[in-house]
Design a protein around this ligand. Structure first.
Ligand SMILES: Cc1cc2nc3c(=O)[nH]c(=O)nc-3n(C[C@H](O)[C@H](O)[C@H](O)COP(=O)(O)O)c2cc1C
Length: 188
């Protein structure tokens, strides 16, 4: 499709059987046809951020590759669990790395957030913190509808890794349709 918008997906969990990765896999079937999804390269091997390392040797190649993937997308969707009421450390570490690059990849980038967590609030506190971190580097954050897949273990089939909950699928559909319009409106 000629006018497709390229949407980079970033999963906030590094776990093999991640519920959040299951939500990422569900997105294409729930999206309007103008969205084309591309998974981000892994940030799991980034070293812990240390400004001395950056100043001495610059950003590692895998950080540059992650940043380039974000820059080349029309929009980004981050699907992440909540760890201790906030975002997982590896995801924050990745954001910290790219925030120090000359051409900050999240600047002016349309970004939508989703979360799946086994807890009752479905990652709401993580989304609040992630939203603030991304706002600090001038991302264009999508507002509502918000997507929180709570009690994720009951909504994702353990054997197939498939999102099975109709209410979760419905709200994801609504968000993706609204995000497509948002990306078309604000992308630079
Ligand atoms: C270190 C750690 C902290 C966690 N803290 C929270 C939390 O604050 N809120 C919550 O809803 N779930 C919390 N959980 C449970 C996660 O929601 C659950 O492990 C989930 O499966 C992680 O997502 P994933 O399946 O995509 O890896 C925590 C899990 C871990 C490992």
């Amino acid at each position: 499709m000629a006018d497709q918008l390229k949407i980079l997906t970033i999963c906030g969990s590094l776990r093999k059987n991640s519920y959040n990765a299951a939500v990422v896999r569900a997105l294409p079937a729930l999206a309007p046809p103008e969205l084309a999804f591309v998974p981000a390269p892994s940030y799991g091997g980034f070293p812990l951020y240390n400004d001395d390392v950056r100043v001495a040797s610059g950003a590692p190649a895998d950080v540059e590759a992650w940043a380039a993937a974000i820059r080349s997308a029309d929009g980004v969707i981050i699907v992440s669990p909540e760890f201790n009421w906030s975002m997982p450390g590896p995801l924050k570490n990745a954001i910290d790395w790219v925030s120090k690059l000359k051409d900050v990849p999240f600047k002016d980038k349309p970004v939508a957030l989703q979360s799946a967590s086994t807890g009752q609030v479905g990652g709401a506190r993580m989304q609040y913190h992630l939203r603030m971190a991304l706002q600090s580097i001038d991302a264009q954050l999508f507002g509502r509808p918000e997507v929180f897949v709570n009690f994720a273990a009951k909504k994702i089939d353990e054997k197939t890794g498939e999102l099975t909950d109709d209410a979760a699928k419905d709200i994801i559909k609504l968000q993706l349709a609204a995000f497509a319009k948002f990306v078309a409106r604000v992308k630079v």
